[in-house]
Design a protein around this ligand. Sequence first.
Ligand code: UDP
Length: 476
Amino acid sequence: MLKPFEVHVQAEPLTHFESELDAAAWSVLQEEAAKARALMAGLAFWNVSSTAQGGGVAEMVPRLVAYARGAGVDARWLVLSGTPEFFHITKRLHHALHGSSGDGSPLGAAEHARYDEVLRDNLEELLVLVRPGDVVLLHDPQTAGLAPALAAAGARVAWRCHVGRDTPNAEVARAWEFLAPGLTAARLTVFSRAAYVPPQCADRALVIQPSIDIFAVKNRPLSPEVARAILARTGLLRGTPDAPEPVFTRSDGVPARVSRGADIVRLGAEPEPDSPLVVQVSRWDPLKDPAGVLNGFALLLRQSPDLRAELVLAGPAVTSVADDPEAAATLQDVISLWRQQPHFVRRRVHLACLPMSDLEENAAIVNALQRHAAVVVQKSLQEGFGLTITEAMWKGRPVVASAVGGLQDQVVHGVNGLLVRDPGDPAEFASTVRSLLENPERAAQLGTRAQEHVRAHFTAARHLADFVRLIERLDT
Ligand code: UDP
């Protein structure tokens, strides 16, 4: 019997935001919190997703749950259990919503039956936990089929889709054919961009953009020296004798030392501490196009052999993301491509699987990597939103992102970062990255504006206000 499990999340006080928001925005946040308390009095707000670690949903949900709890709402997070077959089907759906055929496997009646079977198992426990009137926010294709039973039990069900494609194609239509029947039971559907809303959901769709928690371990300030020390401890940078301890502050305020090295594919030495790093941090997913980043960077090195830059492609340890069965194969493809490169490219490209056994330590490493990077890239072929780019922008880093999906809502080209128009074109990617490496002053300017943009649009404070709107809409 497959059961969902609850991830217990500590409340975070909203007072964190007092110092980051102006007086008017701070008072709005308090009003929204009071509204949320009143709307949810005596009821729970459940989030249901499919993995507790790895990827944007697992990043965002616990932070929002923490602040909602801090606001006095009984917010909870449940994670489904599934079989490898179930996650294969749902990954196929994930690709289809991005317009890609993935491995080309079918999404027919037999797959639907397997999918429903796993959800039926999970529902037994869910129906014990969820009470009439509770809000249940289901996340992504893995959970969509839960809507009918939960709605029938009296819950107010909304479904949030974190992925999508600007120009729907036949694959997108196939995904909706699979998902839409179950979703008729959802009172509301939530999308990251208006372009992602399918006709089947148009009458009850809300657009809510994702956010980051600027106070989380991943996004807290780290001095450049400590960031370098953390990277040296992880094996991503050459250490220096006078380096400070690789210490970060855990979410409970307790200092901790980064103790684990990453699993790194590299030829030769770690980058020197002053070597400009081009960094992409992503799950090992073909749509994140790690191979394209490698090809683009290799082209950059061929065109400018004297440019001092190295590439780090970092992702989670491949067995760690429960709902992402393709990670190992994608990483293998990148390693094979790396092996085919000439020596001078291999020497300057590092593939790193970051340890995931301690998620806060992992977050500290990602924080250090993003802060240390000369340029952070996200060269996705499709991207629902792209939290990695928000995280880098918050850290004032110059970013290069593909002009696809939600990345276009974050990066204003030439103002707070640069967009690559054709994500399939290594030459455009190479020249865009080069333009930043060669002009650090411009890069710094873009980075400064990037941080302002995130503060204005992509913090949890804004997101919580959107949730109040969502709860209000569920009542109408
Ligand atoms: N991430 C991480 N460790 C890794 C790789 C990724 O913590 O080794 C995080 C990353 O910092 C970001 C999230 O996973 O918070 C990825 O979210 P994004 O929206 O960029 O992509 P998704 O994985 O949801 O498609």
